[in-house]
Design a binder for this molecule. Structure first.
Ligand code: DQA
Length: 144
């Protein structure tokens, strides 16, 4: 089994970006934790980040060719991107949406997600642990 974890804009700045909201764990730390969890679960992992909407679309399409499921933190594109919504529909893979922060406890413009309606489910508000929870949720959903 193979899972792709995709991260959207500004998540490369985790650790230094708005620590009071996102904490001080870096994306490299999150990747390391996910690699350890995947080894434990016996699944292969690809981990990527992009600041560019079209590149995220490309990454979703690429996952569609070889992955069994996707975990995505679309960051700000969550709230704006019909292109990412459409790409997820097109690949027809189970997708778990992750947000570090609880987007529903923040500004109104973060309360709507274009990704949630095409996701298997969403995990938000648990910080970096959300990625580990998503790996458990996604692998338990995948057929043997
Ligand atoms: C985020 C929440 C988004 O609203 C925001 O634009 C981000 C990060 C999160 O992980 O909490 O960049 O997706």
């Amino acid at each position: 089994k193979k899972i792709h974890i995709l991260n959207g804009p500004n998540l490369n700045l985790l650790g230094t970006r708005e620590g009071s909201i996102y904490g001080y764990v870096t994306l490299a730390d999150i990747e390391k934790n996910c690699r350890e969890e995947c080894a434990r679960l016996g699944v292969e992992l690809e981990f990527a980040q992009s600041n560019h909407e079209g590149e995220l679309v490309d990454l979703i399409q690429r996952a569609g060719e070889s992955a069994d499921g996707i975990i995505i933190n679309p960051a700000a594109y969550t709230h704006t991107s019909v292109a990412i919504h459409d790409a997820i529909r097109a690949v027809n893979l189970p997708v778990v949406e992750v947000h570090l922060s609880n987007i529903y406890a923040r500004e109104d413009f973060r309360h709507h997600s274009y990704v949630s309606p095409v996701a298997l489910g969403t995990i938000c508000g648990f910080g970096p642990a959300g990625y580990i929870l998503a790996l458990g949720a996604l692998t338990s959903h995948l057929p043997e």
